[in-house]
Structure formats: structure tokens, C-alpha cells
Ligand binder design. Sequence first.
Ligand code: SAH
Length: 250
Amino acid sequence: MRIARCFVLWLLVSVAWGLGAPADASAADRPAPRTPARQAERNRMLDVIRRYGMTDETVLRAMAGVPRHEFVPPAQARSAYADTPLPIGHGQTISQPYIVAEMTRLLRLTPQSRVLEIGTGSGYQAAILAEFTEHVYTVEIIEELAAEADQRLQRLGYHRVSVLHGDGWEGWPEHAPYDAIIVTCAAGQIPPPLLQQLKPGGRMVIPVGPRYAVQSLMLVEKDLDERFRSRSVMAVRFVPFVSERTGADR
Ligand code: SAH
């Protein structure tokens, strides 16, 4: 009798475990390298993001699903779930998790959204975007970072994210127009090709301002008559948007 009760309990736990698995197809065919310790750290990171005021459950769920420790160099792995930017080599950084969450929220993504990211870096933000939609395109100007991010995303099962090595100033016209564009390096001005490649009704988030100083995170909306409306959302600090041709800031 006791053994039977234990069996039923075991069965219930197994079923509940199964129900907790990701429901969408893209997440389901991923290897799921989640260890309980890392999951606990991820939960603590989510608590911090919630304390900053993030209430969007779809964003929080996406942040819970992506193993940030896989996107930082081994030397940084212990800090992977701290709410802080971290170095990823080549003088670049992976953004602070709260900023990733807030920029993602501002895009209002759906499973149909076609998204362009400028500044692939580690690929972490692209993976977060891929938790929402299969149509993620990302451009990185440093060839090694582009190649590493591409390999990492493939290894972690984000097969549908397309990575391009190139100058994001030009966007990625072949896949335009985009419902959402996210720029993760700070530009002196909004690149006109990105404004062109935004779909009417689309949204762009981009830090605008001087290099290595405080910049404004701008939300740009293109209405159905192709008029633009923009507002500053918050103060941020991002690495500079640079030009491939001149090496200078854009
Ligand atoms: N989103 C990244 C963080 C990016 S840091 C992540 O989740 O890890 C900003 C990145 O923008 C850097 O990798 C930098 O090389 C890249 N960058 C700077 N100027 C660029 C340009 N003109 N086109 C594309 N990428 C650019």
C-alpha cells in the first residue's frame, strides 16, 4: 500500500515536471542545459529585475529561459546572473539584464514579429528575442564576435537566429521591413537606413548620445502614415556604434 502511494507520488511529480517544460516548438527542440544551481541564480536575477519595476511576465519568462552564463567568458561565469554589464572581449560588453529586459519589453514582440538587432556581441539579447519569435536577424561589426555568437547560438539550439558580420549602420535590407529594431550600441544619430527598414506600425529602441558618456535610450515609433514619433525612455551607457569604413564613431 505504502509502495503504491510512493509510486503515485513519483508519477505526479514526473508529470508536473513534464508540464513545466517549454511549450513552444523552438524551445522544445533545444538541449536544455539548466542546472538547479544556475536556475536559482537566474531566479535571483529575475527578482532584481522585478524590483526595478518589470511586470511583463512574457519578458520575465524569456529572461528565465536563457542561460546567461553560456554567453559570458569563463572568467565572468560566476557573475553571469548579477544585474550588471560584463566584458565579453574586444572592449565590448554584454548589457545589464534589467536593460535587456526593458528594451525587449519596449519592442512589444509577438511570435510573428520580424526583429533586427544591431550589435550582436555575445548573442544574449538575440537569444532573448528568439524566445518570442523565430524571425531574428542580428548584425555585428567585429568579425570574431559575430562568428563566436553564431556558433554559440547554434550550440544552444537557437537555429533560427541569423547572424551577419557587417556594419549595422546599413541595417540588413534583404530581410526588411522589420516590426522591431533594437540597437545595442550608442549612436550619435539614428541611422537613416534603420528608419527606412522599420515597418509602418513598427518600433525601434536605440541609445543615442556621445561615446562613453550618458546617452538617452530612445523609443522611435513609425506610424501607418510613415511619420516618426520618438521619446527618451531613460538614461543609459552603451559602448559606441562604430563605422566599419572609418573606424570612427557614428
Ligand atoms: N547585444 C549584445 C551586447 C552588445 S555590445 C549582447 O547581448 O551581448 C555592442 C556591440 O555592438 C558590440 O559587440 C560592438 O562590436 C557592436 N557594434 C558597434 N558598432 C557596430 C556597427 N556599426 N554595426 C554592428 N555592430 C556594431
